[in-house]
Write a protein that binds this ligand. Sequence first.
Ligand SMILES: Nc1nc2c(ncn2[C@@H]2O[C@H](COP(=O)(O)OP(=O)(O)OP(=O)(O)O)[C@@H](O)[C@H]2O)c(=O)[nH]1
Ligand SMILES: [Mg+2]
Length: 333
Amino acid sequence: MGEYVAAGPFVKPLRGSLPPRGFFFAHKFYVAHETVETRAGYVALIGLPNAGKSSLLNRMLGQKLSIVSRTAQTTRERVLGIDTRGSAQLVFVDTPGLVEAGHLLHQSMRHSVAQALPDADAIVLVVDATGSVPALPPDTLEALQARGKDVVIALNKSDLATGDEMDEVAAWGCEMVGAESIAVSARTGAGLNTLRAEIEVRLPRSPFLYPADEVATQSVRFFVAELIRESVLELYAREVPHSVAVKVDEFREASTPIYIRASIFVERASQKQIVIGTAGVAIKRLGARARHKVEALVGGPCYLDLWVKVLPKWRKDPELLRRMGYVTSPTVD
Ligand SMILES: Nc1nc2c(ncn2[C@@H]2O[C@H](COP(=O)(O)OP(=O)(O)OP(=O)(O)O)[C@@H](O)[C@H]2O)c(=O)[nH]1
Ligand SMILES: [Mg+2]
């Protein structure tokens, strides 16, 4: 039983059990502070581009939340995914792959990661175990070393990696970060229960941070824009991968089918031509692919009205980045 606090006459006991004898004073009631049995906290997924952070998030949640592609630098801002099971709530924070901060969009991506780390109760460093040890930026490595026991290393793509490759990364993790490694596969789901258990024990005892049935915090508009961008990455991976941004301009939920108008921004007129294609063939294909994904998200038929617009050098323009929803910080380099 918890401690008792004298409180005003309108406060009722939280539980029916009586306080110890002699504890009732005139006009005083008590509040029992029950021991919190649940655990909850933020879990940052960080790592180099293409390590499989977003795939891991989706697999953990059992649903597609963060877009995935073969092209590195797919994720551009933090995506939250809430996983509540039993007495634990893991609030995953998917972050952009760690890149050298070149232009402003990269700075914004680095800023998302820099923000996620101190806020996190547990950190999962996702490593593509089929490659060699990850070449992390020095400031990230330092931040991980400082967090020591809060860090778990996920040796991802264990379905492809050899034992030797995984041993090498695990030894590096132990020596450089002081963290233990767990072999996982976002593709097959192998090792994810072990990883989940390791994360859970690192979370503080806490009431749930979000309602137990909530999975995402970002708006449907955000996810629709992301699914369109994923379709662009799939269809034009070679021509326009990093020049594309998508913004949903209109979302009429009350109409049947749901009407969604979105702008696809590219940086050059030649890219616009590629996205549209001869006689609009390419954009029709893009529209069909994106609509399929969006309909699965919203659970009903949609009309996708896509507009391709040229916005020169948007990745380098702070005002345009802000308008497209990217957080900018001049302090991150
Ligand atoms: N074989 C295999 N492929 C995987 C696994 N996890 C991810 N992939 C693939 O790796 C590629 C990158 O996955 P993402 O989840 O987009 O990687 P990311 O770390 O989020 O990448 P950025 O957002 O660019 O930083 C995709 O083609 C995935 O299908 C895995 O466990 N096994
Ligand atoms: Mg990603």
